[in-house]
Design a protein around this ligand. Structure first.
Ligand code: ZN
Length: 569
């Protein structure tokens, strides 16, 4: 790494041409630590978009070129990674993840893809048979379409677990489902008031809690679940990191839930077990920014600033989600005009918190899903820019599910990054029947408009929101390209004008994602001087049928020059 730096500075002197020979002679004597040969390398470097091979020294790429060029840098000690003609891409960045939650979810009940309540009960019985005892049954992944007439009811859980507490997170993390035992342990009765920003869903006749808990109401139950030990957390993180590497991730941006665990990540780093790069945001709760928040954020930024572990971002959440009518809309919901969704923040307090943190050059993430939530965030960012006379702080809006037509061009104009999760737009029943019905066809026509935002000069970055959906980026990539389900539905695509090319979608997970985290100088493309983070894939995304992109397997993941995942042959 140091040697490369010297070589590069050398070439910056005005007599560059004169030193080509000595420089290349010197290069020959410095063999690479590792080389990737025989690849179809899509570099994302506009000056050299495709290459066959690259060389790595330390944790950096030192050369990219033909097999012959790179073979010159090989010595007997050089590790050779034979890509065997496969597609090689920069390691992916996931711009929106809840990592420790996701890591724990790997060992819990998974309800993703269940058909209905009966199917859910079957999975729970199987889980109960494998994990006997009386401790909490935790899990996630049910969605609203699995309960067509209402939100899930405790009775389905009570039938399977009459004496064991069960608590299951909805796929979007905004609504939870508890059984009677869990409600009793949390002392939730018909007299329990709704907490701020939360709703205990009640039977209209009896007033009893039904078991569905919206938004912050889930914390009443969460508070009585025994906390995992430090050892359990570390074990879960190791599993999660391996899972991320296996899916081609080299970096994640944590959007909540991980800031309190910084020292766990630090421990993994000190033991050489961190094989995934982490940019971790501080979750700023309403109602206001307090001096102690600022000092915690600033201290973390000072302490963690490296390539592996860094702070410096603050996450806000101004609204909820469209499916449960908690996303804040400019006009009432179409299916129930008595609802419009409320902002979680007082707009003035939010605006002044944004201005205060922007002044300190911290990066801001705001979860905003409804058109009113999105506008509130754009207004606050615009205000901060005017106050501080700069548009270089790259504030971000997370999700952006239905935006007002008038606000699309503001992403480009205000240099606000659109951090979006393609798999959330997956056009299954939950999206087409629940999501689209709730806001009606006009607003649904501006669903996940990454193409329009990019066309109007906005920067787009992609992620998953794991564990809300899988962190497998190829499923998201396919959805961004096809705007269809794997079965090719709807036939013409869900708002097909927003389809991206394969190259554009890859950019969202690589260079676009690097830019969204101020890492584009060292990550996001494969070129000399950048970190050696790359993946070798089982199939060529540019050639395969776009409905089969999600079948892509990662064969090899290299992070910082080190092979951190290798598929079994
Ligand atoms: Zn999230």
């Amino acid at each position: 790494m140091k040697r490369w730096a010297r070589f590069s500075t050398f070439c910056l002197v005005p007599f560059c041409l004169l030193v080509v020979f000595p420089a290349s002679a010197q290069r020959k004597t410095q063999s690479a630590d590792a080389v990737v040969l025989h690849g179809k390398i899509y570099t994302l470097n506009a000056k050299q978009p495709w290459a066959e091979a690259l060389a790595i020294r330390g944790d950096r790429i030192v050369a990219v070129g033909s097999d012959i060029d790179i073979a010159n840098l090989q010595s007997k000690d050089t590790k050779v990674i034979d890509a065997k003609g496969r597609l090689v891409l920069p390691g992916f960045t996931d711009c929106h993840i809840h990592f420790i939650d996701g890591s724990f979810s790997l060992g819990r009940v998974n309800l993703e893809g269940a058909k209905d309540a009966a199917d859910i009960q079957q999975r729970l019985r199987e889980y109960g048979a494998r994990h006997s005892g009386s401790d909490w049954v935790l899990g996630r992944g049910w969605n609203y379409a699995m309960f067509p007439t209402s939100l899930p009811d405790k009775k389905y859980l009570d039938e399977v677990f009459p004496n064991r507490p069960a608590f299951l997170e909805g796929y979007d993390g905004h609504t939870y489902w508890a059984n009677s035992k869990a409600l009793a342990l949390a002392h939730i009765t018909k007299d329990t008031p709704n907490p701020p920003n939360g709703i205990i869903v009640r039977d209209p006749k009896t007033g009893e809690a039904t078991g569905a808990l919206k938004e912050a109401a889930q914390s009443l139950v969460a508070a009585v679940i025994p906390k995992p030990t430090r050892g359990e957390k570390l074990a879960a993180l190791r599993t999660g990191i391996h899972w991320a590497n296996e899916n081609g991730l080299a970096r994640v941006h944590s959007a909540g839930g991980d800031f309190e665990e910084f020292d766990l990540y630090d421990e993994l780093l000190r033991h050489g077990d961190l094989t995934l790069r982490f940019y971790i945001s501080y979750f700023q709760n309403p109602p206001e920014l307090r001096p102690q928040d600022i000092s915690v954020i600033e201290d973390a930024r000072k302490k963690y600033s490296g390539d592996w572990l860094s702070a410096g971002a603050v996450k806000f959440m101004v609204d909820g989600v469209i499916e449960s009518h908690t996303a804040s809309m400019l006009e009432p919901y179409s299916d129930d005009p008595s609802l419009q969704g409320k902002l979680f923040w007082d707009p003035d307090k939010y605006k002044s918190a944004i201005a205060e943190l922007d002044k300190r050059n911290l990066q801001l993430f705001t979860h905003a899903i409804g058109d009113h939530g999105i506008r509130t965030a754009l207004d606050a960012y615009e205000n901060a820019q005017k106050l501080h006379h700069t548009s270089l702080h790259r504030p971000r809006i997370e999700h952006i599910e239905s935006v007002s037509a008038a606000d699309i061009s503001r992403f480009g104009k205000l240099a606000v990054i659109a951090s979006m999760q393609p798999l959330h737009s997956y056009p299954d029943d939950d999206t087409l029947d629940v999501w689209a019905r709730n806001i009606g066809p006009d607003r649904a026509s501006r669903a996940w408009v990454w193409k329009s935002i990019a066309k109007e000069g906005g920067q787009v970055a992609f992620g998953s929101d794991w564990p809300v959906v899988t962190l497998n980026p190829f499923k998201g990539l396919q959805t961004a390209v096809t705007r269809q389900t794997s079965e090719g539905l709807p036939k013409n695509g869900f708002i097909p004008s927003q389809r991206l090319s394969v190259a554009e979608a890859i950019r969202g997970y690589t260079l676009g994602a690097a830019f969204a985290g101020f890492r584009e100088k060292t990550e996001g493309s494969l070129e000399p001087g950048k970190l050696a983070d790359l993946i070798i894939l089982s199939q060529n995304l540019f050639e395969v049928d776009s409905h089969k992109i999600d079948q892509t397997k990662v064969l090899t993941t290299v992070v910082g020059g080190r092979v951190v995942f290798q598929s079994q042959p």
